[in-house]
Design a protein. Structure first.
Length: 301
């Protein structure tokens, strides 16, 4: 496990189960977090897994109403989850997969959340590597410029390449049938052009020294967010004094949060939280943001 140095601690002030906010990525329904919610509840946390704005309550309903999520960008999704965080009784642990991992980093960088876990996170602004496998995985959205304002669904073969490449065909097909839904293509376009846009939607405050600890989790065989991409994300935090850790899971692909090995990933996250002193109980808070404190001007690499 790679580690960036420790920064300031976050203070809570009465006693409730620590909320855990799960944020899914593109092409999966919020209900795919169900097993994780049960595991975290057994550990004493208070998990919630809301959908993206407009997302229907079931996989079947989401497939039938793709226009409800069309044309939503990263900032609209981030604002949706900011509002959810504000309604929670205490500062939550944030857990996100893929574009959900990008949203976790945005919120944590803004001083929201007690700790953050970004699993195979979509690339933030400043991340330069773009392996061919990643480009191919994003092609269902990027391949047609008119998709920008649309919701896009993966085919069985596209899911197999982008998510299920480390699985048997049978397991990949089962996950495709169980969890996949149409998703807005706009976030993929926004991430693709982020390094050419000054105020990119995928920009994250990687210099916040007072944020909570962040764990980046990477699957070594991920096609959608290859290991080199997550390492480059980790490198973006090199000037922050806050805790930033990287765990690389050998042989895992983008399906690691929903496939047969999900529980090992969940246990890895729980162990990391325990090691960082993030317990299942929290203090009900009066939140005062200190996201602008103790910053230094961005340094050149």
């Amino acid at each position: 496990m790679a580690t960036h140095p420790v920064g300031g601690a976050m203070n809570d002030s009465a006693s409730v189960p620590r909320p855990v906010l799960f944020i899914h990525g593109l092409f999966l329904h919020a209900s795919s977090w169900g097993p994780w919610c049960r595991r975290f509840a057994e550990a004493g946390f208070a998990p919630v897994a809301p959908g993206w704005p407009g997302e229907a309550d079931t996989v079947a309903a989401a497939r039938a109403t793709p226009d409800r999520v069309a044309n939503q960008g990263i900032e609209e999704v981030a604002e949706h989850f900011r509002e959810i965080v504000a309604e929670l009784p205490a500062s939550p642990v944030l857990v996100g997969h893929s574009f959900g991992g990008l949203i976790v980093q945005k919120l944590l960088g803004e001083g929201l959340g007690h700790a953050g876990i970004a699993i195979d996170p979509a690339q933030i602004q400043g991340v330069l590597p773009l392996p061919l496998a990643q480009l191919r995985a994003g092609w269902p959205a990027l391949g047609n410029p008119f998709n920008l304002t649309r919701a896009v669904a993966l085919t069985r073969d596209e899911f197999r390449f982008g998510f299920g490449n480390t699985l048997s065909q049978a397991e990949s097909d089962e996950l495709f049938e169980t969890w996949t839904v149409p998703s807005p293509a706009r976030p993929v376009f926004e991430a693709a052009v982020a390094n050419f846009v000054w105020h990119a939607a995928s920009k994250v405050d990687t210099l916040n020294h007072t944020r909570g600890p962040l764990l980046l989790v990477s699957g070594s065989d991920d096609h959608t967010v290859p290991e080199i991409t997550t390492r480059a994300t980790f490198h973006q935090y090199r000037h922050s004094r806050a805790v930033t850790d990287l765990i690389e899971l050998e042989g895992r692909g983008h399906s690691l949060v929903i496939d047969h090995g999900w529980s090992a990933v969940a246990d890895t996250v729980l162990e990391w939280l325990g090691a960082k002193g993030v317990g299942e109980m929290a203090q009900a808070e009066t939140r005062a943001t200190n996201a602008d404190a103790d910053r230094t001007p961005e340094e050149s690499p």
